[in-house]
Design a protein around this ligand. Structure first.
Ligand SMILES: N[C@@H](CCC(=O)N[C@@H](CS)C(=O)NCC(=O)O)C(=O)O
Length: 268
């Protein structure tokens, strides 16, 4: 939709293990799922992160009937985890520093790891807390499961593109910032046309392309953000639609004016 026709997008499913090669090989141009931005991924995979769309953290989910109330009580547990993830690494760091043991059950596909957990093959499922919350809603009875209070890591999730694809990198980065700034200035899918026609606010005029040449500078046209906002809404609308249903409040993903980390550099 940034480049023109939203119907031309082709979605390619990946898993935690093959996601980076799918981008490297050129099968996809952008990897946009729950991938954590780390220094090694940013430097050694032929890819670069364009920003953070959701600040997450790693957590643990257990059966309520286990009566476990804290991650510090997990010594000796069997833990379901997906391969090729930051989750795997944090898990062993955490247990080692707490001088606890665990038995990993490494399962590639999400559906299978969920199945392993619900069927009792592991005592614990660990992944990003947003992922745990989504999985919990798929349980036969969600009230049988609890997410423990600890967040053991920082998991800034965001989109990556190939190294060298610098024009596209800049477009992706500023689309993300544009959607964040759109929320800050109250530009939403419901009022973007009206604001484009009427707004005299200079920041809004630049966002919707009625002043300046922001889009053209990026190699697209000045309507680029209007199309993105119409297609997916501003950051807050995207959050409500995608994260709202799993019951995770804005927290650190709030706008900077509300004490959160969502801070777009100026679109100008
Ligand atoms: N953010 C971590 C963990 C990512 C992760 O494990 N995601 C899982 C669980 S939320 C997932 O997307 N599963 C879906 C799938 O594999 O199709 C990373 O980048 O390594």
């Amino acid at each position: 939709m940034i480049l023109g026709d939203a119907n031309k997008v082709q979605f390619v499913p990946t898993n935690t293990q093959n996601r980076f090669t799918t981008l490297q090989s050129g099968e996809v141009d952008i990897l946009s799922r729950n991938t954590t931005w780390t220094s090694s991924r940013d430097s050694t995979l032929g890819a670069v992160f364009a920003g953070t769309i959701f600040y997450d953290g790693q957590g643990f989910m257990v059966k309520k009937s286990s009566n476990v109330k804290s991650a510090t009580q997990l010594n000796g547990a069997t833990v379901c985890v997906q391969p090729g993830t930051t989750t795997e690494l944090n898990l062993s760091d955490y247990f080692r520093t707490k001088k606890m043991n665990f038995r990993p059950v490494v399962v590639n596909e999400l559906q299978q790891v969920e199945q392993a957990f619900f069927s009792g093959r592991c005592d614990v499922f660990t992944t990003d807390i947003s992922g745990l919350a989504a999985t919990r809603l798929k349980a036969p009875n969600k009230d049988d499961y609890v997410i423990l209070p600890e967040a053991i890591s920082k998991e800034p999730l965001g989109p990556l593109v190939r190294r060298g694809d610098w024009e596209y990198f800049t477009i992706v980065k500023w689309t993300l910032f544009g959607l964040i700034e759109a929320e800050e200035y109250g530009v939403a899918s419901t009022n973007v046309d009206k604001l484009k026609a009427e707004s005299k606010e200079p920041t809004i005029q630049r966002l919707v392309g009625t002043s300046g040449d922001i889009g053209k500078g990026l190699g697209v046209d000045n309507d680029w953000l209007v199309r993105a906002i119409k297609a997916v809404g501003n950051y807050g609308e995207m959050y409500q639609r995608n994260v709202g249903p799993i019951g995770i409040s804005r927290g650190i993903n709030a706008q900077w004016r509300d004490g959160g980390l969502m801070y777009a550099p100026p679109i100008r």
